[in-house]
Design a protein around this ligand. Structure first.
Ligand SMILES: *Cc1c(COP(=O)(O)O)cnc(C)c1O
Length: 441
């Protein structure tokens, strides 16, 4: 136990910095850190995910008993597509097996193929990049802005060549990328925009739902996502022709959603099941209130975290009118924590009962990219000079910074109470207070 005087001194310093809220006292920043054998700030679990209600059980049992398990003989997927389109304010929506297949469907609808270049941010889930590689197109990385964690739109233009066909802005963490800038560049340069909104259901840019502003928008309903059926996805579009292409592509290239039908184009079976369609409808009923809770808790948490030296929450663009908060993301500066490296901070947070992660590692250093570039297909499509210059440009300081400084909290942690947020902030303050001891332990 630290002597009392040090607590008073600490609280004095905290008051000077404007830290003192209920939590500064209740979390007991003077107490020994849990990682050094003290009491954790928190013992209870954060809200579990997914949330399962009786209506989810009924919906699934109804589908089960109906015997209509796929969209060819049921109507749950089609009903969900309509609901999701309505919720987004989108003209069309096509459900897919998952978010990866939503991206693949979108790129196929645009006929992105071998030789094409597609602009992507490096700070994303691997699926964004894999969708491009599966088309045998080149994913051209444009660095991210470490302040916002989003693609740095001011660097897009210099990455455009005469082979560029599309831009995939990823609304990472649930906050919109700078769509004003991305859409303006795309319009002027004649490029398609596929929004990767997999982490951003109900996020808004200037009052409009993301995923409805580009040519196509892609969503994921995978287990971790804010709206989930375990696996699942959707593509939204305002374009009748692109809609028909997507609908056809996810149904083995049939001319429509039904069976039989003529095989009008190439395609795959990427259909969502009726079980998932039914579950998404019941889960969707909770998405709006959940999103509201996440936003309110995140705003409250940001207010507290901004006062802690060395903790910098991700900045949102001025055009962001709603953040879906799939992740709560901030940057951690070890210099404000007596040199305690991020890994040590994360360990100390876990010990305090606050699970946090360091997020993505640099994707362009994972083996999959070089393996694709060195594949038979890529070597036959792209000249060795083109591949060599591509390899030379795989340097992204903004992304490197985020990969080493980011800390993520998951969306379910924002579904509880303000007291939960107090405990998160309290744990960080406690670790900061004892950072020297933790760093040298
Ligand atoms: C989850 C996710 C995907 C892929 O979705 P799946 O449903 O897991 O296939 C793509 N992009 C981003 C940014 C994601 O977070």
């Amino acid at each position: 136990m630290t002597p009392r005087c040090s607590r008073r001194a600490m609280l004095g310093a905290a008051t000077a910095l404007g830290w003192v809220g209920r939590s500064a006292r209740s979390a007991g920043s003077d107490a020994k850190p849990a990682v050094l054998g003290g009491e954790p700030v928190r013992r209870s679990a954060f809200p579990r995910w997914p949330i399962i209600g009786d209506e989810d059980v009924r919906a699934l049992v109804d589908v089960l008993k109906s015997g209509c398990w796929y969209r060819g003989n049921g109507d749950r997927v089609a009903r969900f597509e309509q609901q999701w389109a309505d919720r987004l304010g989108s003209r069309h929506c096509v459900a897919t097996a998952n978010g990866t297949s939503a991206l693949i469907t979108a790129l196929n609808a645009l006929e992105i193929g071998p030789g094409d270049e597609v602009i992507v941010p490096p700070y994303t889930f691997v699926a964004t990049i894999n969708a491009v590689i599966l088309q045998h197109a080149l994913p051209v990385f444009v660095d991210v802005d470490p302040e916002t964690f989003q693609i740095d739109a001011s660097k897009i233009e210099e990455a455009i060549t005469d082979r560029t066909r599309a831009i995939i802005p990823v609304h990472i963490g649930g906050a919109p990328a700078d769509l004003d800038a991305v859409l303006e560049i795309a319009r002027r340069r004649g490029l398609a925009v596929v929004e990767d909104a997999c982490q951003a259901p109900l996020a808004e840019w200037r009052g409009k739902k993301v995923g409805t502003l580009g040519d196509l928008g892609c969503f994921s309903f995978q287990a971790s996502k804010n709206l989930t059926s375990g696996e699942g996805g959707a593509v939204s579009t305002q374009d009748d022709r692109l809609y028909a292409e997507c609908l056809s592509f996810q149904n083995n290239g049939r001319s429509g959603p039904g069976m039989p039908g003529i095989f009008a184009r190439n395609g795959a079976n990427l259909r969502l099941t009726e079980f998932q369609g039914a579950l998404l409808a019941t889960q969707l009923a909770r998405l709006e209130p959940q999103s509201k809770t996440r936003e309110e808790n995140a705003a409250y948490l940001s207010e507290q975290l901004r006062r802690i030296p060395g903790i910098t929450p991700a900045r949102m663009y001025e055009g962001c009118t709603r953040n879906a908060y799939h992740l709560y993301m901030f940057r951690y500066d070890p210099d404000a924590f007596a040199g305690l490296p991020r890994s040590g901070f994360l360990k100390a947070m876990a010990a305090e009962g606050i699970p946090a992660s360091g997020g993505y590692a640099p994707l362009y250093r994972e083996p999959f990219l070089e393996r694709a570039l060195d594949s038979r297909a890529y070597r036959s499509i792209y000249s060795s000079a083109r591949l060599a210059s591509y390899r030379e440009r795989l340097e992204f300081p903004g992304n490197e910074r985020l990969c080493s400084e980011a800390v993520w909290l998951t969306q379910n942690m924002l579904l509880g109470s303000r007291a939960d947020m107090d405990e998160i902030a309290g744990a960080i303050r406690k670790i900061q207070e004892h950072a020297g001891a933790i760093a040298t332990a």
